[in-house]
Design a protein around this ligand. Structure first.
Ligand code: GLU
Length: 483
């Protein structure tokens, strides 16, 4: 059997990180098994339509490096891949089930259904369509039903759920059994003639020859209904795998009420794509116990759906940040990171830095920031005049004697031929030894004069990147004011 999987989002306006995890696992599974991965947009709920939402989903997945084999954009042999473009084909399947006696017409109004639910609530019963008392094909009889349909009375088509055990196998959860009496007679076709998620999803998975349905745990209660549908149509049932829920650090379901959940937000916050995808891939699965960093190719070759955990996966923002730091410190080269810093600076109206300068700057600071985008704020003195000297640092380290200590050192720097961090360090050490002074009375004032800040990268390394002339200029400017 050839592997065909699908990611079937409903367009809500953004790609939820949980959606990305589902898409990614489908992608990894397909690639691991030389199968195909399909993108299908499920927009049957016309009340929740968001304009351009599919574009946004596709953009976010593209950013994450998930490539589809068939999609609304790419097309394919089983299109269209947007359900609203397939509306015409679902009714005949609903009709087929009615003919087989496995689905039925129901004519209840909204008020009647509300009254039914309220009664059930008062009687402490689970809310469920009551086939025996409501206005449907069974209670009204065939003749009356036909009359109502002919007179164009509004109706829905409901699934006649059999009162028996429904069994299916889940690749992650094992065998699942649900009693039919606990399942609602689901609406398959709405009164406006549109299919519900359940009908459209099953019909499309069948027509698109989907072999494995890999989706979030929140869809597990729908699966018995789908199994009933496959059996009613006499179709092969795909394999199912329900992925664990994503939880926040308080173990609550991850929701936008508690912070960012849209992939786009993380992209805009400056996360490196590879770090983000690596983090997402490990939400519910650990390829090997010995490490956390994997390339996409490694994820593909190691992917095993049966090794995915059942329990909820914590979406830990600290861990995500850690991934970003790892990627920018050890996976990417400085050269690869230059474009990010360049864009950040361009946004601040600064675009006069050479790639080689930015590369040096990244080398200096990548151990000290979580995001490349943070460098201009962390070390503004690399891109502008010092506007302010940190007051506390100044008061603590700029003493009456400081100017007399720093001025001769400045002159020694000025006389240097080759100005790199080693030479500047050696020279400073010699100067201190000759004058029998400790390191501190000099190094802090030096940092103050050249960066204005108490925290930064290695002092002599920073000086090397700024260059001799700039360092001397900064020392002179400072000494003019405070010398
Ligand atoms: N349209 C559903 C969603 O929004 C698809 C669920 C499924 O994969 O069957 O996630």
């Amino acid at each position: 059997m050839s592997v065909r999987v699908r990611f079937a989002p409903s367009p809500t306006g953004y790609l939820h990180v949980g959606g990305l995890r589902t898409a990614l696992y489908n992608y990894l599974f397909a690639r691991h098994n030389n199968g195909k991965v399909i993108l299908r947009i499920e927009d049957t709920d016309r009340t929740r339509l968001v304009e351009n939402a599919a574009d946004n989903l596709i953009q976010s997945m593209k950013w994450a490096g998930i490539e589809f084999d068939e999609s609304p954009v790419l097309g394919g042999d089983y299109g269209p891949y947007v359900q609203s473009e397939r509306f015409g084909l679902y009714k005949k399947y609903a009709d087929e089930l009615i003919d087989k006696g496995l689905a039925y017409y129901a004519f209840d109004t909204g008020e009647e259904l509300t009254a039914m639910r309220e009664k059930q609530q008062a009687e402490k019963k689970d809310p469920k369509y009551d086939r025996d008392t409501m206005r449907n094909q069974f209670t009204l009889g065939e003749e009356e039903t036909k009359k109502l349909i002919d007179s164009e009375t509004k109706y829905v088509v409901r699934l006649k759920v059999p009162m028996e055990n429904i069994k299916f196998h889940d690749l992650i959860r094992g065998d699942v059994t649900v009693n039919g009496k606990d399942i609602d007679d689901q609406v398959l076709l709405k009164s406006d003639g549109f299919p519900t998620y359940h009908l459209a999803n099953v019909v499309d998975d069948h027509l698109m020859k989907i072999s494995h349905v890999i989706r979030g745990e929140e869809w597990l209660p729908s699966t018995p209904k789908h199994v009933i549908l496959y059996q009613a149509f006499g179709w092969d049932i795909p394999e199912f795998a329900h992925l664990p829920l994503l939880l926040n650090s308080k173990k609550q379901k991850l929701s936008k009420r508690h912070g960012s959940v849209a992939v786009e937000d993380f992209k805009n916050q400056g996360y490196l794509k590879d770090a983000f995808v690596n983090f997402i891939a490990l939400l519910g699965w650990n390829p090997t116990a010995d490490r956390d960093i994997y390339t996409m190719d490694e994820l593909i070759s190691l992917f095993n759906i049966e090794k995915v955990n059942k329990g909820g996966a914590i979406f830990d923002l600290n861990k995500l940040k850690w991934f970003n730091e790892q990627y920018l410190r050890t996976i990417f080269t400085e050269k690869e990171l230059v474009p990010i810093l360049k864009d950040t600076l361009a946004d601040k109206g600064k675009d006069n830095y050479s790639d080689s300068y930015l590369e040096e700057v990244i080398k200096l600071f990548k151990e000290r920031v979580s995001f490349i985008q943070d460098i201009p704020d962390f070390a503004p003195y690399m891109f502008a005049e010092i506007e302010e000297y940190e007051e506390k640092y100044f008061n603590k380290h700029w003493k009456e004697t400081s100017a007399d200590l720093l001025r001769p050192l400045m002159e020694r720097f000025r006389a240097m031929q080759k100005f790199d961090h080693e030479a500047a360090h050696t020279l400073t050490k010699q100067y201190l030894e000759e004058n029998e002074i400790g390191f501190k009375p000099v190094i802090h004032p030096l940092r103050l004069m050249i960066t204005g800040k108490s925290v930064g990268a290695g002092m002599f390394e920073t000086m090397e990147v700024l260059g001799k002339d700039e360092c001397i200029r900064r020392m002179e400017t400072f000494l003019e004011k405070h010398g």
